[in-house]
Structures are given as C-alpha cells and as structure tokens.
Design a protein around this ligand. Structure first.
Ligand code: CTP
Ligand code: CA
Length: 225
C-alpha cells in the first residue's frame, strides 16, 4: 500500500466535453460531414476524468473507445449534439471540442436523391446550425464557471481565435492551424495556442494525449484565476 493519490486538479467538478464531427443527413444514403477524428476531445475527456472530474462526453460519429470513467452520449447531427449538451447541464466546465457542421440541409429527403432530372449541377439548400458553444456561454442558469472553445484555422490563427473568444464570450479558446502536414485533423499529434482575455500559452507539437493534459492543467489554473 503506497501513499493515497493526491486529489485531482478537477476533483468534485462536473465537465461536459463535446467531441468529433457532426453529420447532417441529406437523404438516407448521404450526409454532410467534416474531417474531425474526435481524438483531441476524447483525450481531453480522459484527462479531465483522470483529474477527478465527473465527465460527460457528447460524441459525434467517431470510431474511438470511451475513456475510463467517462459517461458517453453518442449523437449524429448538430441538433442532436445541442440537445445532448443541454441535457448534460448544469456543469462547472464546458469544453466544446467538436467540429460542429456549420450548415445542414434545409430538408431531409426521405427517398434517395436521383441524378435523373437534376442535370449536370446540383445546388444544395443549406441552413445554419445552432452555435452550441455560443449558446452555452450565454446561459446564466447552467452553473458554468469556465467555457472553453476550440478554433481550427488555416490562416490568421491568433486573430480569428481572439475574435471567437470575444464574440462567443468564452473564458478560453484553443486554436490550432489546420491544413499543414502532420497536425490537426486525423493526426495523433498537434500544436496549439490557448488564448484568454489578457493572456496566451503556446503548446508546442506533442501527442494529443499530452496536449490534453496540458490543457486540463490550464483549465484548472483559469478556474482559480
Ligand atoms: N461551434 C459550436 N456550434 C457550431 C459551430 C461551432 O459549438 N454550430 C463551436 C466549436 O465546437 C468550437 C468553436 O465553436 O469550439 C469554434 O468553431 P469554429 O468552426 O472554429 O468557428 P465558427 O464559429 O463555426 O466559425 P468558422 O467556421 O466560420 O470559422
Ligand atoms: Ca465552423
């Protein structure tokens, strides 16, 4: 018998994490999706659980194992993700790591859409999905002490991230550059920079599992600040 483990950094706190892509169905055989693997969000959920938090992980369609000690809710679309996130509140911390589809087909076609009669081009009628993160951050009855967003950008990373921090009224945003080889979507490694009002922290390239531990440490620090 060794010494008892020290209490975790997030002991006694409830954390809701969203992860993975969302798929927006067009007809019974087609959907609009994006290239999120869900690995970063799952790693963050695992790390928060290791730090003693009660974790609810709202997961879009991904092929990943549920981290130990994490309560997982599987969803498909942005609308379903929104409902599952809101059902998981109140919580102390929300971490929006999902790559939510920005647009969904206005209507689901119950029968497979056929080429015949549509000609050489096809225009899809799409409508904006709800901004789950911004809605969560605006809620005043959800008990939230810290709301964390992600931003995947190809260019002007810091500027766009700071704009999102402000416009969505977040406490912290984690930005990473996508579209560069060996990082971001589908990779096990990443590099990122976290921004908060009045500060920032660089996380050099590392496995997502290690970055997640660093992010959870930062979350615990910002909670105390
Ligand atoms: N997000 C969300 N709901 C949406 C769109 C985005 O909760 N419908 C969240 C993401 O989970 C992420 C953050 O908002 O934490 C930023 O997502 P991002 O796609 O970078 O920003 P958008 O506001 O969608 O802007 P754009 O895609 O035009 O850069
Ligand atoms: Ca988006």
């Amino acid at each position: 018998a060794g010494r008892p483990a020290p209490p975790g950094l997030l002991q006694g706190l409830k954390v809701v994490v969203s992860a993975g892509p969302t798929y927006e169905d067009l007809d019974p055989v087609r959907y609009l999706g994006n290239r999120s693997s869900g690995k970063m969000g799952f790693a963050v959920a695992a790390s928060a659980a290791r730090q003693g938090a009660q974790v609810v992980l709202v997961a879009g369609p991904v092929q990943l194992d549920t981290p130990p000690g994490v309560q997982r809710v599987d969803v498909r679309s942005a609308a379903q993700m929104r409902a599952a996130v809101f059902a998981a509140l109140p919580a102390d911390i929300y971490i929006g790591a999902a790559a939510v589809a920005d647009y969904a087909p206005r209507a689901f076609a119950p029968n497979k859409i056929k080429k015949t009669g549509t000609g050489e081009t096809l225009a899809l009628d799409l409508v904006r999905t709800p901004d789950i993160l911004a809605e969560v951050a605006r809620r005043e009855d959800a008990g939230l002490k810290l709301v964390v967003g992600f931003a995947a950008e190809t260019d002007h990373v810091a500027d766009y991230a700071r704009q999102k921090l402000e416009s969505k009224r977040l406490d912290l945003i984690v930005a990473n550059r996508v579209g560069v080889p060996g990082a971001g979507f589908e990779s096990d490694d990443n590099a990122m920079t976290a921004f908060w009002p009045g500060g920032e922290r660089d996380f050099p390239p590392a496995p997502k599992v290690r970055l997640a531990d660093g992010l959870v440490e930062l979350v615990a620090e910002r909670l105390k600040a």
